[in-house]
Design a protein around this ligand. Structure first.
Ligand SMILES: NC(=O)c1ccc[n+]([C@@H]2O[C@H](COP(=O)([O-])OP(=O)(O)OC[C@H]3O[C@@H](n4cnc5c(N)ncnc54)[C@H](OP(=O)(O)O)[C@@H]3O)[C@@H](O)[C@H]2O)c1
Length: 320
């Protein structure tokens, strides 16, 4: 059976997810249907999702080994540079879809197979390493702000947990859209860096100078009360993650008295990814990249993400 190098989850380890990562050989991807194509991967970026997979969240033991990775930029069979949209129709899944590395092998490999309709052209002027940050974390932030958060009607936005991939994306995008942006971080150095992206940086829980119309919430239990208290009447609190716990206490009196909307969202549509790519290419907005490591150091890339000491996206260069 033809093989390729890949980073995959071979067993689950909730306490030490890095121990569940294997870098080695895996079979070449196969095509479940005629409309699938194989993409030669040039760059990927890591997501918290990959750490959840190593912990056993969202995967079953009988699915192992599973190649990790949601994001990819690569070259299609016709030689075109493409960005891979990572959401795949999956009839057996209750959501009707899955993200690469959940049911179908992921992008942290030499090659990945996807339906041809999941390929978007890499816009001119956008580097592969930058575009590889966009299909998961940045797409999620884009949809949180636009379609779900209705940021066009907002003056001010609060982003919780400023160091994360989704959070840095939300700050950079909201600032580029001309909004007043507040961002929280526990870490003084991260607060300094998020301020450079155009946000007013504050400590978690700090009272803001104004109430905001949109809150970007990926931290969860640790920040949710602050998100509620910072929300203006009719504000949208948009949730796409719960890194610090998924069962916050919610003051329902505040929800109805302030007429708040608490909205969940995941990833985005292909049209939203196309709009995000165009926005970045045309407006000169570039992802915040924490570091770029060659595929030979992919285990170090995971360790970096796991340390929590990242600012922006950890990119893996498959051509180095
Ligand atoms: N639904 C989707 O489509 C989707 C897509 C992408 C990501 N996600 C989810 O969104 C979440 C964020 O992912 P990410 O990769 O952007 O970033 P991440 O690595 O999970 O980090 C997010 C931020 O959370 C803050 N944080 C972590 N633990 C905390 C605690 N105990 N108290 C306060 N703050 C804490 C940190 O902020 P500071 O250190 O700055 O304080 C950190 O920078 C994850 O849960 C991920 O699974 C969902």
């Amino acid at each position: 059976m033809p093989i390729m190098r890949a980073a995959f989850v071979s067993r689950f380890d909730d306490a030490n997810p890095l121990a569940a990562l294997t870098v080695g050989e895996q079979p070449e991807p196969t095509h479940p249907a005629d409309d699938w194509v194989t993409v030669q991967v040039r760059a990927t970026s890591l997501n918290h999702h990959d750490l959840w997979s190593l912990r056993g969240v969202g995967l079953r033991a009988e699915q192992l080994p599973m190649i990790l990775g949601c994001d990819a930029v690569g070259v299609d069979p016709d030689g075109n540079e493409v960005v891979v949209y990572p959401v795949i129709p999956t009839p057996g899944d209750p959501r009707g879809v899955s993200i690469l590395s959940e049911h179908f092998p992921g992008t942290l490999a030499e090659r990945v197979a996807v339906p041809r309709s999941n390929l978007l052209a890499l816009p001119a002027g956008l580097a592969a390493a930058d575009a590889a940050c966009l299909p998961t974390a940045w797409l999620t932030a884009w949809r949180m702000l636009t379609t779900v958060g209705r940021v066009d009607d907002a003056d001010a936005v609060l982003v919780q947990g400023a160091g994360g991939g989704v959070a840095t994306a939300a700050v950079a995008l909201a600032a580029a859209m001309g909004k007043r942006v507040y961002a929280t971080s526990r870490d003084a150095a991260k607060r300094e860096r998020i301020a450079e992206l155009g946000a007013t940086a504050v400590e978690p829980g700090a009272r803001l100078p104004e109430r905001v119309d949109v809150v970007i919430e990926t931290v969860g239990a640790a920040t949710f009360d602050h998100s509620m208290k910072s929300a203006a009447p009719m504000a949208r609190i948009v949730v796409s993650g719960a890194t610090a716990g998924h069962e916050p206490k919610v003051n329902l009196r505040r929800v109805f008295a302030m007429q708040l909307e608490i909205l969940g969202t995941s990833m985005g549509t292909p049209d939203e990814l196309a709009a995000l790519l165009a926005f970045c290419a045309e407006r000169g907005v570039r992802p915040v990249v924490d570091s770029v490591l060659p595929f030979s150091e992919v285990a170090d890339a995971f360790a970096r993400l796991h340390s929590g000491d990242v600012f922006g996206k950890v990119v893996v260069d498959h051509t180095a």
